[in-house]
Design a protein around this ligand. Structure first.
Ligand code: GLC
Length: 444
């Protein structure tokens, strides 16, 4: 079945559905973020050009060496799918300006590399083949474009000559380029589910230093840009980094302690996290988060009604490195038996005990135990409300008692819990899963 625009890319039957942001995000709580580009060759994070202040010519050197011969998008998608991820967000262009598709508006793209052809189409096709939703990351910042005014983040910020000629750079021309490329991406590949712009930085402080010449919605023409995007792709979700509100907010590399709000009202949110602190492939970085931490992050996010977008930075050969693969596979082992406590689930009104999180999906309440307690766990407010309880990994029954507040402690008998408490009886050894989960069937 060819796409609506005759591109040969099969249309995603679910894309552009009538469901609102809440339902769409709720159904796909976990996604893969992919940061890939010329910086993958340097393998020193996607900000290495900023840090190393190379000249344009020096950075362009990488064009000659970008040839990802081991690139197999089906393998990426298969691994993401096995990890329980339901969508994939790929960088089309990062701050270095290099385009992973064959843009008609520049030669600074894959076509100027030994690889020589579009990378975005094959990734989208692979995702569609597996029923995975698609998001496109697109940097508003472009350190390569000759009309992008140099500012305090730009690699040429300390190049006096370049800064001296800054007045020749015309942000309106850059804006036209930006809007033109976004239009290309949103008219070439069929329906796109999410657009991840990055980022606005007026009055921004970067690593302790105020950024001069920071840019925001006026610079990007965000109002026109967003209007164009919505006209081209009515069902798309847009993030909050154009300087305008957007459909969801994007906490980055931290876990919110409470569900994010705007003007006191809850907002849709998607936390973006790395495996080791870097988005782009960072060869010598061994700051890998443990499997347990990654899974607890996912659970914690969903327990606060959020989505988790977990990042991998493929190598310049086009593969996920061994540590990224191991992390996804480990998460996949847990998600294989626990994903119904994640996808379609969200926060619960019940208060979890310490070191635990609740996710709820209709009349199913999921108790995620971050620390394994000795023999019992007390659940406030659940007495009389539970019909059945079982470990989710093997559906084995978990027994409980409703509180008897008048019971006195004596020898092996613990005193009664406060009225309304339900106490689960646990085995001494926790199930052999990264994070044990007890599924509680609530009475209707
Ligand atoms: C920040 C980083 C950028 C990364 C993005 C992803 O903006 O600067 O490199 O792509 O976050 O969340």
């Amino acid at each position: 079945m060819s796409g609506p625009d005759g591109s040969g890319i099969p249309a995603d039957p679910a894309a552009g559905s009538a469901a609102g942001p809440a339902e769409v995000l709720r159904e796909r709580r976990f996604g893969l973020f992919v940061h890939w580009g010329l910086y993958s060759i340097a393998a020193r994070t996607e900000w290495m050009w900023h840090r190393e202040r190379q000249s344009i010519a020096e950075y362009e050197r990488y064009l000659k060496f970008f040839d990802p011969d081991l690139f197999d998008p089906d393998q990426w998608v298969e691994r993401a799918d096995a990890a329980g991820m339901r969508y994939l967000v790929i960088t089309t262009k990062h701050h270095d300006g290099f385009c992973l598709w064959d843009s008609a508006l520049t030669d600074y793209s894959v076509t100027a590399t030994p690889w020589g052809r579009d990378l975005i189409g094959p990734i989208i096709q692979a995702a569609r083949r597996r029923g995975m939703r698609i998001g496109l990351y697109h940097s508003l910042i472009d350190w390569h474009h000759p009309d992008f005014p140099i500012d305090g983040l730009h690699p040429l910020r300390d190049d006096a000559e370049a800064v001296g000629a800054n007045h020749h750079r015309d942000i309106t021309r850059y804006r036209t380029y930006l809007h033109g490329q976004v239009r290309e991406l949103l008219t070439r590949y069929g329906a796109i589910d999410e657009l991840w712009f990055d980022f606005s930085y007026q009055g921004h402080v970067h690593e302790g230093t105020p950024v001069w010449g920071g840019k925001g919605p006026e610079d990007w023409g965000s109002a026109e840009l967003v209007a164009m995007v919505r006209a081209l792709q009515p069902g798309i979700l847009i993030n909050d980094r154009t300087g305008l509100a957007g459909d969801f907010v994007t906490p980055e590399q931290y876990q919110p302690s409470e569900p994010p709000t705007r003007d006191g009202r809850p907002v849709h949110w998607e936390a973006c996290q790395t495996l080791n602190g870097s988005w782009g492939y960072d060869r010598d970085n061994h700051d890998d988060k443990s499997l347990g931490m990654l899974i607890r992050m996912l659970i914690d996010t969903v327990s606060k009604d959020g989505n988790l977008l977990l990042n991998v930075g493929p190598t310049a050969r086009g593969e996920f490195d061994a540590r990224s693969t191991a992390a996804l596979d480990g998460i996949g082992q847990w998600m294989r038996v626990h994903q119904r406590s994640i996808h379609g689930a969200g926060r619960s009104d019940f208060q979890p005990p310490p070191d635990c999180r609740y996710t709820q999906r209709g009349d199913r309440l999921y108790l995620h135990l971050f620390a394994w307690p000795f023999e019992t766990v007390h659940l406030p407010g659940l007495a009389g409300k539970v019909e059945h309880a079982q470990f989710l990994n093997d559906a084995s029954e978990v027994r409980w008692e409703d509180a008897d507040p008048d019971r006195e402690a004596y020898a092996t008998t613990a005193s009664g819990q406060p009225i309304g408490t339900l106490t689960l009886e646990l085995p001494v050894r926790q199930p052999e899963v990264a994070v044990p989960v007890i599924e509680l069937f609530l009475r209707s």
